[in-house]
Design a protein around this ligand. Structure first.
Ligand SMILES: Cc1cc2nc3c(=O)[nH]c(=O)nc-3n(C[C@H](O)[C@H](O)[C@H](O)COP(=O)(O)OP(=O)(O)OC[C@H]3O[C@@H](n4cnc5c(N)ncnc54)[C@H](O)[C@@H]3O)c2cc1C
Length: 320
C-alpha cells in the first residue's frame, strides 16, 4: 500500500509530495487535466499560451527567497523584468518578479518530476477505515492509502472532509475571493515595450503582456486580463451564461490602451471561484494524527504562492 495520497498538484500539493517522497511512497491526484492548480498555464492551439493564474512570484521570507533563488540558479525560473506600469500610483516597493522559464507551472512540474501522478481524477469521497484511507474518484474507482494529504481551497476541504474536522477548524473565518480572468490575442498589434499594467478602474484591475515574458517569438500579442475584486464578485456566478461579461472586460482594456478590437483573433474567459484568502488563520497547516490526515494550502496563511509553499513545508515537518 502506498504511504501518501496527495490531493492536488498545485504549489502546496507538489511541494509536500516532493518533500515526503524522500522518505515515503507518494501518489498525487488532481481533478484538472494538468499540473499547477491556481498556478497552471493555459495553452491553446497555435502556441497561444497564457499564465491565467499566478503571474509572478516575489518572495518575502528569507527561507522562501532562498528556495526561489535556487530554482532561478537551476534555470527553472527567470526574472520578469522590463516595464511594469502602475496607474493606481500607490506607493509600492518594487520587487523582483520571478516567472517560470516556459510557463508559470514550471515550479510545480519541477517538484513533481519523479513523482507518481494522475490527472483528470476528481476525488468525490474520502473514508477512513481505521488503519487506512479509502479514496473514491468520480468514475467510482477506489484506492487505498495509509495517509491522506488534502490541499484544496478551504470551501472544497469542508465539503470533502467535514466528518474528520473539528468545530474549531470548520468555523475558521476563511473567505476565498473570486477572480475573473480573460485571455485575449491581437493579430498584427505592435507589441508595446510594457510587461504589465495596473489600472485605476472599476472593472479592469491588471493586464499582463504574455509576450514580454520572452518565452516565444510571435507577431501575435497575448494579454491576460484580471478583473477587480468588486467586479469579479458581481460576475463570478454568471460569467458562463452571460457572454457579455468577457466582452465588457475586453472593451475596457481596448478603451484604456487604444488596442484595436478588430484585431482580436482569440478570447477566452476563466472564472476562479476561490482565488485568494487575505486573512491569516491561527494555523499554517494541520496534521491530524488519529486519522493520518494532513492539510495544507495557501489559504492558511495568505493569498500567495509563498503561503502555499510555507504551509506545505510546515506540514512536512509535523509529519516527519
Ligand atoms: C487569478 C490568480 C492570480 C494569482 N496571481 C498570483 C501571483 O501573481 N503571485 C502569487 O504569489 N500568487 C498568485 N495567486 C495565488 C496563487 O495562485 C495561490 O496562492 C497558489 O497557487 C495556491 O496553491 P495551492 O497548492 O495551495 O492551491 P491550488 O493551486 O488551488 O491547488 C489545489 C489543487 O487541488 C485540486 N483539487 C481540488 N479539489 C479536488 C478534488 N476533489 N479532487 C482532485 N483534485 C482537486 C485542484 O484542481 C488544484 O490543482 C493567484 C491566484 C489566482 C487565482
Amino acid at each position: 500500500m502506498i504511504d501518501f495520497f496527495v490531493l492536488g498538484s498545485g504549489v502546496s500539493g507538489s511541494t509536500i509530495a516532493n518533500v515526503l517522497s524522500s522518505k515515503y511512497s507518494v501518489h498525487v491526484f488532481d481533478k484538472a487535466r494538468g499540473p499547477g492548480g491556481r498556478s497552471s498555464n493555459k495553452r491553446f492551439k497555435n502556441n497561444l499560451s497564457f499564465d491565467h493564474g499566478v503571474q509572478y512570484i516575489s518572495p518575502k521570507s528569507k527561507i522562501f527567497t532562498k528556495y526561489i533563488k535556487k530554482l532561478y540558479k537551476n534555470k527553472i525560473l527567470k526574472i520578469w523584468d522590463d516595464n511594469h506600469l502602475d496607474f493606481t500610483f500607490e506607493k509600492k516597493k518594487l520587487s523582483i518578479k520571478y516567472i517560470g522559464k516556459k510557463a508559470n507551472n514550471d515550479l510545480v512540474k519541477f517538484n513533481l518530476k519523479n513523482i507518481k501522478k494522475s490527472f483528470g481524477s476528481p476525488v468525490t469521497k474520502i473514508y477512513f477505515k481505521k488503519k487506512f484511507w479509502e479514496i473514491t474518484l468520480k468514475d467510482k474507482s477506489k484506492y487505498q492509502f495509509k495517509s491522506l494529504i488534502l490541499t484544496c481551497p478551504f470551501p472544497q476541504l469542508k465539503k470533502l472532509a467535514k466528518k474528520y474536522l473539528n468545530k474549531k477548524i470548520l468555523k475558521l473565518k476563511v473567505q476565498m475571493q473570486p477572480n475573473i480572468t480573460v485571455m485575449v490575442a491581437f493579430k498584427k498589434q505592435k507589441n508595446p515595450p510594457i510587461s504589465s499594467i495596473r489600472f485605476d478602474d472599476d472593472i479592469l484591475a491588471w493586464a499582463a503582456n504574455e509576450n514580454s515574458k520572452k518565452r516565444f517569438k510571435s507577431n501575435i500579442n497575448l494579454w491576460t486580463l484580471q478583473a477587480t475584486l468588486k467586479w469579479s464578485k458581481k460576475t463570478i456566478n454568471k460569467y458562463k451564461i452571460d457572454k457579455t461579461i468577457m466582452n465588457q472586460l475586453i472593451s475596457r482594456f481596448t478603451k484604456l490602451t487604444g488596442f484595436e478590437k478588430n484585431k482580436i483573433i482569440f478570447k477566452k474567459i476563466h472564472g476562479w471561484k476561490y482565488s485568494y484568502n487575505y486573512k491569516k488563520t491561527p494555523y499554517l497547516s494541520l496534521w491530524i494524527k488519529k486519522y493520518n490526515l494532513g492539510i495544507c494550502g495557501d489559504w492558511f496563511n495568505g493569498p500567495k504562492v509563498e503561503d502555499a509553499w510555507l504551509s506545505a513545508n510546515n506540514l512536512a515537518k509535523k509529519i516527519k
